[in-house]
Design a protein around this ligand. Sequence first.
Ligand code: PRP
Ligand code: MN
Ligand code: MG
Length: 183
Amino acid sequence: ANDMGNDLKKVLLTEQQIQDRLAQMAEVIDKDYAGHEILLVGVLRGAVMVMADLARKLHTPVQMDWMAVSSYGSGTKSSGVVRILKDLDTDIKDRHVLIVEDIIDSGLTLSWLEANLRTRGCASLNIATLLRKPDAAKTNITPRYVGFDIPNEFVVGYGLDYAEKYRNLPFVGLLAPHVYEKH
Ligand code: PRP
Ligand code: MN
Ligand code: MG
């Protein structure tokens, strides 16, 4: 479906592996939230694929809302200071909120977001992320649902971008060094 094969070093997670794992996660989430309604909060833009596929595997009634945040920082290092570009349209007071993310890398985005949402009086707050990198362990975030722990390499696809490209790949791949060394 994509002519980007040459930009990738290898496929880390196939489309099938991703979908199988999301199905397992959905089963656990359905059990955990039995009898409740979930407000899924997707973090734009990377989380769109996980949100769409995970939500379709859930049997629990869900609503969906979105936040867009941007972390201040120099270059590629994020500082942990986050700015809200688009806030929720939903009042989350007394709601069971499940944040949906594509990846936790440094963990800075989510630790800020989690703290921010906690001040709004939700009934519960959990995190579901497809991917988690090793540095996430240095933060205090404890995502309840994690798809895959992956090595500290440059991953793209399935929502994840490099310079806004590759988000539409249905799998997760490792970017070939020649792509980012050009810049
Ligand atoms: C990426 C990714 C996570 C965040 C993780 O988003 O989608 O949201 O970084 O990084 P962290 O754990 O180090 O904070 P990005 O800011 O690139 O925006 P995007 O989702 O629009 O690509
Ligand atoms: Mn993101
Ligand atoms: Mg990005």
